[in-house]
Structure formats: C-alpha cells, structure tokens
Design a protein around this ligand. Structure first.
Ligand SMILES: [Zn+2]
Length: 463
C-alpha cells in the first residue's frame, strides 16, 4: 500500500507539472475569427451599409472581457483628416442579444468592444455589428472616383492580432501600410445596382439579378482581408497560371489604361505567378484579381491585398512590369506568410522587392534594366542601417525597407548560392503559410538550411 501511495503521489505530481507546462506553453490570449458580411452598396448615394457577424474563438489559456478590432480602410481614406468618409459602427451585440459598448480609437481605425461576459478558453462567441460607410472622394486607395468607380479595400471589422506582446493596439505608422492580421475565412453577400460589376478577392459563388439589383455571393478562405471594387465599365481579361485563374478587371476610361497595357500587365502577372509557384510554394487560391487603380494619378499606389492587386497605369512600362511582379510577390509575402507590417515591414516589402529581381533574372532581360545595380545604389543611400526596424524608424522608408531589404536577401543569396537560398525561402513559405513570421523565424530557417557562415552579412543588415 505504501509503495502504491507513493506511486500515486508521484503520478499526481507528474500530472500537475504537465498541466502547468501545458498552460505555460499555450499563449495566454490567442484568438481565431471567421467573418460573415451582408452588405448593400449604393454608389449613386455614395454609401454602403453592412451587417458583419464575427465568430471569435478563444484558443488561448486566459479569458478576456474585451476584444479589439481594426477597420483599416479608415486609414486609407487619404491624406485628409476629416470625419466624413469614415466607416462607422452603429451598433454591436452578441449572440444572446446583449447590446455591447465599444470605444472608437485612432480615428476609427481601432475599436475596443466590451463583452457582456468573459470569453473563456475554448469558448466561441458571435458578435454582430451594424456599420455604415459614407464613401469619400477617391484620393488614394479608398473611395469613389470622379467616374463613379468605387474602391473599398479592408472596409470591414477585423479582429486585432493578439501575440506574445498582447493586443496590437499600436497606432498605424505614417510610412507604409502597418497592417497586422491573421488569415481567416470571409463570407460576403453584397447587393449593388445592376449597372455595376464587382471585383472581389473572394471566389464568386453566385450572381443573381432581380428588380435592378444584383446580388453577389463570395467566399474568401484563409485571407488577411476582404476587398470590393465596383465599376460600370470593366473590361474583363483572363490568364491561367498553375491552378489559378488570373482575372483582370480594367476600366479603360481611367488615364493610362489601354488595351495593350492591360494585356501587358496580365502577361506580367501570369509570368510572375507561375515563376513564384515554382520557387516558393504553390499559390493556393483559385483566383487572383488584377485591377487598375481607379485614380489615374501617382497619388494612387500600386497595392496588394489577399488575392487582389491594383496596378497604376500611368507609370512607364518597365515600372508597370516591376510593380506587377512586386504586388504578385506580396501574395506570398503578406498574404500567405503574414507579418507585422508596422514593426517589421521589410518582411513583406524587402522580400517582395527581392522577388522582383529574381523574376527579372528568370525572364532574362537584365541587360535592358539593371535592377540589382539600381537597388544597390538606392540601398546604399541607407548604408549601415538595419533593415528590421519599424516603419517610422527607418531614416528613408523606401531605401531602408524596400531597397536595402532586397539587397540583404541578394547578398545572402550570393553568399550561400541561389539554389540553396531559394530552397530556404521555399521552406520559410511552407512553414509560415497562413501564419505569421518574424525576422527571427526567417533567420532560424536560414541557419537550419545552410552551412555557410553568414554571420557577417546578418550582422551588417540585422539588429
Ligand atoms: Zn509592396
């Protein structure tokens, strides 16, 4: 009996130690979310209303009485700091009908929602928000153009990230995009006057017109955002790359958009998607939407979202090519492999810029356009600076994050050999697909994948 009691004691202790170990290895606060949005878009009235239901699952070991959400579009309204054009939350309630209180912070980019009861480990909760979008003039990435084209990127509430540093409530940076989100599933039903055609990053499940209104149903799986564009005059083009259909939605009435240039951009998108499929990891989505920026001026940037890119057509042809390669590369370094774009922007911008150089090399036209030389010269403008710094800490955002970031990866590739380095990048994409990577996680995979001593290169570029 005695020995048996001892035995039980030992077992009990073991179970205690194991459960403490289990708790500490699980993050205290960690969540997953899924989104369902039901929207009415009326470009003529310059407004959209939507109901958004967000299912939040607590996958951590702690409980919480509040949740944070981002509406990134409220940052995209352009340089104007005016109230109109904000996406506003009108009401919020949980699945039990409890009306919830919320606090609007950072000009509507961040919302803190107080829950009626704590969300405990393993529990899930559905929150429904009623929202209104007063669509401002398009001055950059979000709004309505002179011709009535609508661009609504990232208009919905998105659960903020909660990592080992807690909730991501940091103000968005002045430079760069500053997004930080998990891959999640989105269901979108959206009604629009039938004169409009929609472009969306989700897969179109159905389209029905009744009484002058067309209802579109989309599903976007494992994306970091949801985007809707609307236009009356889209010219539609198509390409296939791997298992992906590249869908071109272009508006010829916008400056710079010609048939020849649309075809050119589609060819660049197909070439780069196919090439990145081969060297990184297969692009998993059925579609990639390529569209023109509805504003034909330099205020409207080339931009990447999860499964949709916008290209500015008033650029010189070579820039349209490198910009298309860059935005397609973001489908791996932003969309598939996520990162904190505020704290470590080089992980998406530096990597995508580096991928442009790879793609140009693969195309074999390097004599016409000395990409690496130009990157090197630009990167030298930030000589000695570390690339893994937050957006607003880089002395020159473009030189440090894009150019020097790309040159760091090129220097590593030259040191370890192209084949080996591409296999490291492929491992990195596989391991962090649908997840979030950091500089540390990249370096870990790099060190695992190579025997070459790269400590000097790393020390030169990395903090
Ligand atoms: Zn970029």
């Amino acid at each position: 009996m005695k020995t048996r009691a001892k035995h039980y004691c030992f077992l009990l202790m073991l179970i205690c130690v194991m459960s403490i170990w289990g708790c500490s290895s699980k993050k205290e606060l960690s969540f997953e979310a899924a989104y369902a949005i039901d929207a009415d878009l009326n470009p003529e009235m310059r407004c959209m209303t939507y109901m958004e239901t967000i299912e939040v699952i607590n996958t951590g070991s702690g409980s919480t009485e509040k949740l944070y959400f981002h509406i990134y579009a409220n940052k995209f309204k352009g340089l104007r700091q005016v109230e109109d054009g904000d996406i506003a939350v009108l009401s919020a309630q949980d699945q039990n009908g409890n009306v919830l209180q919320w606090q609007r912070e950072q000009d509507g980019v961040l919302y803190c929602v107080k829950l009626a009861q704590r969300l405990k480990p393993g529990q899930s909760m559905k929150l429904t928000f009623a929202c209104e979008v007063l669509i401002p003039d398009l001055e950059s990435m979000y709004g309505i153009s002179r011709d009535g084209d609508v661009q609504l990127p990232m208009f919905s509430l998105q659960l903020a990230m909660c990592d080992e540093n807690g909730w991501d409530t940091a103000p968005l940076p002045k430079n760069g995009d500053g997004r930080y989100g998990a891959a999640a599933d989105y269901d979108l039903i959206i009604r629009v006057p039938e004169a409009y055609v929609l472009a969306c990053n989700g897969d179109e499940l159905s389209r029905k017109t009744d009484g002058g209104i067309t209802t579109y149903t989309y599903r976007a799986e494992k994306r970091r955002d949801i985007i809707v564009f609307a236009c009356k005059d889209y010219v539609l083009l198509e390409r296939t790359a791997g298992n992906t259909e590249i869908l071109g939605y272009f508006n010829e009435t916008v400056d710079g958009v010609t048939r020849q240039r649309m075809e050119y951009v589609m060819d660049c998108a197909a070439f780069s998607l196919e090439y990145f499929n081969n060297i990184f990891v297969e692009y998993p989505y059925d579609t990639l939407v390529v569209t023109n920026s509805a504003l034909g001026t330099n205020f409207s940037p080339n931009m990447e979202y999860s499964g949709l890119i916008t290209i500015l057509f008033v650029s010189p042809q070579i820039s349209m090519k490198t910009n298309t390669f860059h935005e397609v590369a973001h489908q791996w370094f932003y969309s598939l492999v996520g990162n904190d774009e505020n704290q470590e922007p080089w992980l998406d911008e530096g990597f995508s810029e580096f991928a442009v150089g790879l793609c140009l090399d693969a195309e074999g036209n390097t004599d016409d356009f000395p990409f690496w030389e130009l990157k090197d010269i630009a990167g030298n403008g930030a000589e000695g600076e570390k690339v893994n710094v937050p957006c607003d800490e880089a002395s020159n955002y473009q030189w440090v994050i894009y150019d020097r970031g790309a040159m760091f990866l090129k220097t590593l590739m030259d040191a370890v050999g192209q084949e080996k380095f591409l296999s490291v990048l492929s491992d990195y994409c596989q391991k962090y697909r649908y997840g979030v990577a950091t500089t540390e996680s990249f370096l870990e995979i790099l060190h695992e994948g190579t025997e070459t001593d790269i400590s000097n290169v790393v020390a030169e570029f990395i903090n």
